[in-house]
Design a protein around this ligand. Structure first.
Ligand code: NAP
Length: 518
C-alpha cells in the first residue's frame, strides 16, 4: 500500500494519524492512505510567499513559459503509468483517464506557448494610455502585475490531473506560487504527478506545494495578497467564500461550482441528419464519460415537442449498448462512481428527481456489472428521465445528480422559450445548442449568454468538427454565473488576471510609454 505524502517547504512529509484510505472504486481494494495532519500550513504558505514567489518572478514570463513546457513534457513521459493510476483510484476507463491527464499536459503546453510571447518581464499593459486633462503630457494607463502572495488551489475529486494543472499553469505563468490541495478521495494521481515533477527538479523552490489530505485549517492562514481558487460543490464554495480570509482580508476568491448544464435541440432537426446525430452522440458522451462526474456534463435536454419521443428512443437504444464495469476489463464503457458517498448521493438524487419526472430508461438501484468482485464497487447505470411539464419540475433545474443522469423536457420550438427554460438552472457552466437554422441560433445565443460561461453552437457546417459539449479548452473561459459559482478560469490570457493586480498609473506620458521597455 502506498503512503501518500505532502510536499511542503521543498520536502516530503508523511501526515500524522489518523489517515484516510484511498480505494479502487471498482473493487473497494485499499490502494493508499494519506493525511495532512501535522503539516504546518502557516509555514507552507509563508514558504510560497517568501521563496516561491520571488523565484518565479525572477524568471519573467518567458522563463515561466519554459517551466510549464518542461512540466508538461516530464508528465507526458510518464503518461502510461499515470493512466494506470487514474484507472485504479478514479474508476476511470482508459479514455476517461487520458481525458484528465492529457487535459493537464495540454493546458500546461498551451500556457507555455502563450507565455513565450509575453517577453522577459512580469507586467502587462491593459489597454492604451489615455490623456486625462487638457495637457497632452499627463496620461493614465493600466498595468497588470503579479500579486505577491500565494495561490491556494482546492480541487474536486473528478479531475485530479486536469484540475490541479489547469489552475497551476495559469498561476505559475502569472508569477504566483501554488499550494495545491486535491480532493482527498482521488489524490493519488495528483501525488504521483507532483512526485514526477519534484524528481525532475524543474520547479523553482517554493513554487509548487501539495497538501494531500483534508485541510480545513489551511484557509485560516490566507493573507491579503493571496488568492483562493476553489472547484467543488456549491455548498462548500459558499462556506469557503464566507471564511475570514475573503471576508476580513479581501482575499480574492474564484469559485467553480456545480451546475445543471443543458442541451437544446432546435425544432428543425430530423433523425439521421448530421446535427441531430451530433446532439445524440454528445448527450450519450456527457452521460457516460467519467460516469457523468463532470461539472460541465449535460443534465437537462430541451427538445422540440415533435422530436422528444424519437430522441428518447434513440438515446435509450444507445445507452442500452453501454457496458458498465471494472475499467480493468476489456469492453467496459463506463466505470464506477468514485466513492460510496457518490453512489449514495446518485441514488438519493435519482429518487428525488423521479418525484417530479418519470424514469424512461435505466434504474438507480439495479445495474449489470462486468468484471467486478461480487457485491463490490460503486457502480451506477445510466438513467434517463422525462418531465413533460418543465416548469412543474423545479428539482430537475436545481438538484445536481453527479452521475450518468439526464432529464428530457419538451418545449414549443421557439428559441425564446427554450432559453427561458434553460435559465431555470440559475446559471450554468456550459450549454450546447443544435440547429441547422442560422436564425434560431442567432436568436438563442444572446439569450443564453447571460446565464452561461460557455455556449457551444452546432450547425450543419461544424457538426463534424466541433469539440464535445463538456470539453473545457484553455482558449475559452471556464466558469459560470450564479449557481455555477460566479467564477471564471482559463480563456487564454484572461485567466492570468485573477493572479494579477490591475493598477491605474497616472503620470508623464513619456514615462508610462517607456516603463516596460527593457
Ligand atoms: P466538495 O465536497 O465541495 O470538495 C471539493 C474540495 O473542497 C475538496 O478538495 C475538499 O477536500 C475541499 N474542502 C471541503 N471543505 C473544505 C474546507 N472547509 N476547507 C478546505 N477545503 C475543503 O466537492 P467534490 O465532492 O470533491 O466535487 C464534486 C462537485 O464539484 C460537484 O458538485 C461538481 O459539479 C463540482 N465540480 C465543479 C467543477 C467546475 O469547474 N465548476 C469542476 C469539477 C467539479 P476533501 O476532499 O479533503 O474533503
Amino acid at each position: 500500500m502506498i503512503t501518500i505524502q505532502n510536499y511542503v517547504c521543498d520536502a516530503w512529509q508523511v501526515g500524522a494519524a489518523p489517515r484516510v484510505s484511498l480505494l479502487n472504486p471498482a473493487t473497494e481494494e485499499v490502494l493508499a492512505e494519506t493525511s495532512s495532519a501535522g503539516v504546518d500550513f502557516a509555514a507552507t504558505l509563508s514558504h510560497a510567499r517568501e521563496v516561491g514567489g520571488p523565484a518565479l518572478r525572477a524568471l519573467g514570463f518567458a522563463g515561466r513559459a519554459e517551466l510549464l513546457k518542461n512540466m508538461s513534457a516530464a508528465l507526458h513521459e510518464h503518461r502510461e503509468r499515470l493512466i494506470d493510476v487514474a484507472m485504479a483510484n478514479g474508476g476511470n476507463t482508459r479514455g476517461d483517464a487520458k481525458f484528465d491527464i492529457d487535459g493537464a499536459t495540454g493546458t500546461l503546453g498551451y500556457y507555455a506557448s502563450l507565455g513565450r510571447k509575453l517577453g522577459n518581464g512580469n507586467a502587462l499593459w491593459d489597454g492604451e494610455s489615455e490623456q486625462l486633462t487638457r495637457s497632452a503630457r499627463f496620461h493614465g494607463r493600466h498595468l497588470w502585475v503579479p500579486r505577491q502572495g500565494v495561490a491556494v488551489h482546492i480541487n474536486a475529486f473528478n479531475f485530479p490531473a486536469w484540475g490541479t494543472f489547469e489552475k497551476a499553469a495559469v498561476a505559475l505563468l502569472a508569477g504566483m506560487p501554488v499550494v495545491s490541495k486535491p480532493a482527498t478521495a482521488t489524490c493519488l494521481l495528483a501525488y504521483e504527478m507532483v512526485k514526477i515533477l519534484v524528481e525532475a527538479e524543474i520547479m523553482p523552490r517554493g513554487s509548487f506545494q501539495l497538501i494531500a489530505g483534508p485541510a480545513r485549517a489551511l484557509l485560516q492562514e490566507l493573507q491579503a495578497q493571496d488568492v483562493l481558487a476553489f472547484t467543488g460543490s456549491a455548498d462548500t464554495g459558499a462556506r469557503l467564500r464566507a471564511g475570514p480570509g475573503p471576508v476580513e482580508r479581501s482575499v480574492r476568491v474564484n469559485i467553480e461550482a456545480d451546475s445543471l448544464n443543458s442541451a437544446v435541440l432546435g425544432p428543425d432537426l430530423e433523425p439521421g441528419d448530421g446535427v441531430y446525430s451530433r446532439a445524440l452522440a454528445n448527450i450519450v458522451k456527457e452521460m457516460t464519460q467519467k460516469t457523468g462526474q463532470k461539472c460541465t456534463a449535460i443534465r437537462r435536454v430541451f427538445v422540440a415537442t415533435g422530436l422528444i419521443d424519437t430522441l428518447q428512443a434513440d438515446l435509450s437504444a444507445e445507452l442500452a449498448e453501454k457496458c458498465v464495469g471494472n475499467p480493468a476489463e476489456k469492453g467496459v464503457d463506463m466505470g464506477p462512481l468514485t466513492s460510496a458517498d457518490q453512489l449514495r448521493d446518485y441514488r438519493t438524487g435519482v429518487a428525488e428527481l423521479s418525484r417530479q419526472a418519470r424514469i424512461v430508461f435505466g434504474s438507480a438501484e439495479r445495474v449489470e456489472v462486468r468484471g467486478a468482485p461480487e457485491g463490490k464497487g460503486y457502480f451506477a447505470g445510466p438513467v434517463l428521465l422525462r418531465a413533460d411539464k418543465p416548469e412543474a419540475a423545479p428539482l430537475v433545474h436545481s438538484r445536481e445528480v453527479f452521475g450518468p443522469v439526464v432529464t428530457l423536457m419538451p418545449y414549443d420550438g421557439s428559441a425564446a422559450r427554450a432559453a427561458e427554460l434553460v435559465a431555470l438552472g440559475g446559471g450554468s457552466l456550459a450549454c450546447s445548442v443544435y440547429s441547422k437554422k442560422r436564425a434560431f441560433l442567432a436568436e438563442i445565443l444572446p439569450a443564453l449568454a447571460p446565464y452561461h460561461g460557455r455556449v457551444l453552437a452546432i450547425d450543419g457546417k461544424v457538426a463534424e468538427l466541433a469539440t464535445p459539449h463538456g470539453t473545457v479548452l484553455p482558449q475559452v473561459v471556464h466558469g459560470g454565473p450564479g449557481r455555477a459559482g460566479g467564477g471564471e478560469e482559463l480563456g487564454g490570457l484572461r485567466g492570468l488576471r485573477f493572479y494579477m493586480q490591475r493598477c491605474g498609473l497616472q503620470g508623464n506620458r513619456a514615462l508610462l510609454e517607456k516603463l516596460l521597455e527593457a
